[in-house]
Ligand binder design. Sequence first.
Ligand code: ARG
Length: 555
Amino acid sequence: MVKQVIQESLDRMIHHDLSIVIEKPKNPDFGDYAIPCFSWAKTFKRSPKEIAEQLALSIHHPLFLKVDAVGPYINIFLDKKQISQELLNQIVLKAASFGSNNDGENQNVPIDLSAPNIAKPFSMGHLRSTVIGHSIANLTAKNGYRPIRINHLGDWGTQFGKLIVAYLKWGDEEKVIQQPIVELLRLYIKFHDEANKHSELNDEGRLYFKKLEEGDPQTLKLWSWFREESLKEFFRIYQLLDISFDYLHGESFYNDKMDEVIELLTAEGLIEESNGALVVQLDENDLPPCLIQKSDGATIYATRDLATAIYRKRNFDFARSLYVVGSEQTLHFQQVKLVLQKAGFDWAKDIIHIPFGMMLQNGKKMSTRAGRVILLEEVLNEAIELAYQIIDQKNPTLENKHEIAKQVGIGAVIFQDLKNFRTNDVDFSFEHMLNFDGETGPYLQYTHARCHSLLRKSGDFVPQIGYSLDEDEAWSTIFLLSQFGEVVKQSWTDYDPSKIARYALDLARSFNSYYAKVRILDSENKNARLHLVFSVATIIKECLRILGIKAPQSM
Ligand code: ARG
């Protein structure tokens, strides 16, 4: 805002692209902002001091209390009373919708997220896709777009032919019902061990996938049973995270849409045969060829993603189509996008892969522990259990301890994931994520609950408009609150929930240091200060909501 006002005043004097430096003076006598005028001397052919004097006279804004020229500097004093009043009013009036905008004009944005592979454990990578994707969906909505959350389940492909063969040979129905993921994983591993010795098993696997693609009822029945049992497990995890989807369109959903893709690519003259397989060459773009159909006629992951992209464009007429998938699939998405471009789809430019790094524990990949599968559900439950122990110790008489421990434990896991830029690897540590004073979800939840405890203790707080707070101690918190809308825009533009996470930490820290300096309940300024408390609670809660984390009112 300051920059824009200065820019306009400069423009009135001379039309020229001048760079503006804004400094924050340490000494409050020199205002809230200081603008050095040295660099403009050449353009204006005058001394910096003269420029400062002339500009100071021409800069006006209702939120500037005064504008002084001191030597070669312009000093700007903000009207903090006015600014704080406007801000507190807006938060009271808009509540959780404060900071939202309509940039998206309600256009559709499908978001491909989570996408675990059935019959396999729900991995840490899929957890990352789920929480990052969910948060980006919330940001999408907050910026006025319509997010469409699609879980592109890995439920199709040759591996299911192999799994069916393994089940028919060595499977145990009871075990599939009791512990589907463990049993199906055992069968999958056994298949690969056996196929190393007897390679003809692979042919059998391919044959069974062929049967699946052709809709053989017996094979389909087994496949859909495996799918259902896997989904039951996955949905327990989604329930813990309180995350839902608009569509559960896995790869199998596109089985009947594959011929069209091949016909289309053939008609465009893009398909080439290579050792019996069909490929699209991408060597002009320095990429390896995109495999479309294997020599046995089976389609693959990439073909299904081509069909998926076309389906989403037709059905949702998207403004952009987002894919929250690990960095290791970067090449895959480059290929898919290029093939679509070559096929003449101008909307291919709106396909956006949003990559992320790995979840590590003690610097190592976290998916398996010697001989044992880590089931994600157990990890989440452990976080909840540890949160319970901490809460029980800090606040033994708290009501609903179990529910709150769930919100805190899950919140801790999610925040630990989202607080760093997504392409960084995340180090998973129960100890760090549950530290109530650290850069953690529980710290934010605790600050939020603390605000509510103040509001409750005040006895009669009702949010109203008309309050202002121009005390210096409150300024950094007020300033941060005023930045929220910008942060919401920036995090969406960069598909970066960590900007919201970092912002919430700054806001909480700033408020906690304000609270350490001033009395709130027994002060003359009680009502205005309580409005600040209310505003901080509202915005921290909204940040947590965007991240997919609950904000209990006491803990
Ligand atoms: N199931 C895949 C995997 O686990 C992720 C799918 C991502 N989405 C997509 N449209 N390809 O690797």
